[in-house]
Design a protein around this ligand. Structure first.
Ligand SMILES: [Zn+2]
Length: 270
């Protein structure tokens, strides 16, 4: 066999293994995303991620309608599973009931269902999960919610951002509203993180994108957020989708395929 043909076949085999689907039911499907990292995509377009080390695994977010999520994790890993949520919104914390303990930032407990009977342990900037031969670090990135966090896996040069920077479009129009400067600061922190070896962003609604995002995404977000702050953003218009905790008059604006929904009455602190 000629060598280029062999290389082409081998790369096809490697590629298909890397992104191969390993589990599916009516609620979700699980695929290999990176070496020892899986993406769990729900049929209503939320995403969870499972990162496995040599000692234990970390489930990042708990999705929406995922019956027996704890048992489903046993299809993927036999190691103990810690559970952390990127923020408190229901589409990311919907199945915490299946786990005795969850980790989250304290500023987002306002969103957690009061019927949760388990233990909530708090994480904040600088905390980490030692999974054995890999460490997942916590970075506080408020804006979308006050307690949004990003988790890194420097071993794979990737991070998991939940909704902190959206999935193409970030929602900043929801109570409790963040000032734009708070979000700009988070974009700057993310920029620094990506200058220190993190290359890929896996967002909280992966099914909409089916791909990682890169530093240019954050740079465009930061540019757009600064333009909103300076009142120089072009093309802002009313945003039609209202959720129960959004402001009365949300606006949307776009720049280079990134969008921000925001509360026009809550941009700068008085
Ligand atoms: Zn959210």
């Amino acid at each position: 066999m000629r060598q280029p043909v062999l290389i082409a076949i081998l790369s096809c085999v490697i590629f298909s293994n890397l992104f191969s689907q390993v589990f599916e039911n009516d609620d979700l499907k699980i695929s290999v995303l990176e070496d020892l990292i899986w993406v769990i995509e729900t049929t209503d377009n939320t995403a969870m991620y499972l990162v496995e080390g040599s000692d234990k695994a970390l489930l990042i977010d708990t999705g929406t309608k995922c019956d027996s999520l704890d048992k489903i994790m046993r299809q993927i890993t036999s190691k103990p599973v810690d559970v952390v949520i990127t923020h408190g919104h229901r589409d990311h914390s919907g199945n915490i009931k299946y786990f005795d303990t969850i980790y989250m930032h304290p500023a987002d407990t306002i969103f957690i269902d009061s019927s949760y009977k388990g233990v909530i342990k708090f994480v904040s900037e600088g905390d980490f999960f030692d999974l054995g031969n890999k460490v997942t670090e916590v970075y506080h990135m408020p804006g979308h919610t006050p307690g949004s966090i990003v988790l890194t896996d420097k071993h794979s040069k990737c991070c998991f951002t939940g909704d902190a920077f959206g999935s193409g479009l970030v929602w900043l129009q929801m109570r409790p509203y963040a000032y734009m400067q708070t979000y700009i600061n988070s974009c700057s922190k993310m920029e620094t993180l990506m200058d220190s070896g993190i290359e890929k962003i896996y967002c909280g609604h992966y099914p909409y994108l089916k791909k990682a995002l890169y530093k240019d995404y954050i740079m465009n977000m930061k540019k757009l957020a600064n333009a909103i702050y300076d009142d120089t953003a072009q093309g802002a218009k009313p945003y039609s989708i209202k959720v129960s905790i959004s402001c009365d008059n949300p606006m949307e604006v776009w720049y280079n395929d990134v969008g921000i929904i925001y509360n026009p009455d809550h941009i700068k602190s008085k």
